[in-house]
Design a protein around this ligand. Structure first.
Ligand code: MTE
Ligand code: MO
Length: 359
């Protein structure tokens, strides 16, 4: 197995502390299941080192029995499930929002996303073992071992999503124990939601009446209109980003590629948090005309990305490739980053555009 330094060398590193990195897009498109070595890493604080035999998960709050579970307890007392799911940062494609105005945060290209086969136990099974108290508007709060600006990392999800069959406490990724940077020994995987709601290095799960008051949940990862600035942002008025929107990215060729006149293969991914991607259109002329790509779809993976391919005939010259996906509700993506710009640079879903020159 590789070590962290070797894995870092494979990625485009946006920051060392906290460690943030993404793979080049061509490598991301090479395999439907992203190898752990090529999987983007998003950290808010330190990288905690946790010894497997000292690990305990506490489950408490509005439950009948407080649980303290070792990794062995989790593995042996609950059924194992495998879910293929895409993890995606709410800041994926943020870099392209900078054409409008500066945004805060790391300048992610389209690689803050990856798909894995996650193995673990259902969060629902663990919560039922603890016995959830009745009550409608409940939330499941998570606390982790890493520290972010003096607080432990913490977020929450609505109880309904916590009880959904796809929501896991995962101990393995693509059949191997989690790597340290992906949350060893245990993380949540909340398919369809922004990556921020899938805490790594889990420590505590609390059932409660309100969302987590941790700053990450209470202040960060909110979507604001374009006129809101860092100075005027009021988290109470921001929309909490949970379910991820429809998006699509051209992975191949990459920006600035030099292509040859004739048929060229264009490939990429499309994704939607809770709807099926039904169509992907690709343009060779900046969106004036479109052709339909073929989808490589696996019907058994509703929470994972769709890979697409198209062969385009490109004449000599400078061209702007563009992509837009369509979902089962007939929704598609905005064309212009001005339409969705926000100072945090979240949820950039505008047409992904790639300039190439053809000779
Ligand atoms: N404990 C903890 N969990 C975390 C984070 C973190 O910084 N600390 N980052 C979150 C964010 S914003 C994302 S996008 C995903 C990234 O998961 P990955 O690094 O395994 O790709 O982890 C989430 N879980
Ligand atoms: Mo993220």
């Amino acid at each position: 197995m590789s070590n962290l330094a070797e894995r870092k060398a494979r990625l485009i590193v946006h920051g060392e502390t906290p460690y943030n990195a993404e793979p080049p897009l061509v490598r991301l498109r090479a395999a439907y299941l992203t190898p752990a070595d090529d999987f983007y890493v998003r950290c808010h604080g330190d990288l905690p080192a946790i010894a497997e035999d000292e690990f305990r998960l506490t489950v408490d709050g509005a439950v009948s029995t407080t649980l303290k579970l070792s990794l062995h307890d989790l593995r042996s007392n609950f059924s194992h499930v495998v879910v293929t799911a895409t993890m995606q940062c709410a800041g994926n494609r943020r870099a392209d929002m900078r054409v409008v105005a500066p945004v805060s945060g790391d300048p992610w290209d389209g690689g803050a996303i990856g798909t894995a086969e996650w193995t673990g136990v259902r969060l629902a099974d663990v919560l039922r073992e603890a016995g959830i108290h009745d009550g409608a508007d409940k939330h499941v709060a998570f606390e982790s071992h890493d520290t972010v600006e003096g607080h432990p990392y913490g977020v929450s999800i609505p109880l309904a999503k916590a009880l959904a069959p796809e929501t896991l406490l995962a101990f393995a990724m693509n059949g191997e124990p989690l790597l340290p940077e992906h949350g060893f020994p245990l993380r949540a995987v909340v398919p369809g939601y922004a990556g921020v709601r899938s805490p790594k290095w889990l420590k505590r799960i609390t059932v409660q009446d309100r969302p987590s008051d941790n700053p990450i949940q209470a202040n960060d990862y909110r979507l604001y209109p374009p006129d809101v600035t860092a100075e005027t942002a009021d988290p109470a008025k921001g929309h909490t980003i949970n379910t991820m929107p429809l998006n699509a990215v051209i992975c191949e060729p990459m920006r600035g590629a030099e292509l040859t006149v004739g048929t060229n293969r264009i490939r990429g991914y499309a994704i939607s948090g809770d709807r099926a991607v039904v169509r992907v259109d690709v343009s060779g002329n900046g969106g004036r005309s479109w052709a339909q790509a073929s989808l490589e779809h696996d019907a058994n993976t509703p929470f994972a990305w769709t890979f697409w391919t198209i062969a385009l005939d490109l004449p000599a010259g400078e061209h702007e490739l563009a992509v837009q996906a369509w979902d089962e509700a007939g929704q598609t993506q905005p064309s212009d980053p001005n339409d969705t710009w926000n100072y945090k640079g979240y949820l950039n879903t505008t047409w992904h555009r790639v300039r190439v020159s053809v000779t």
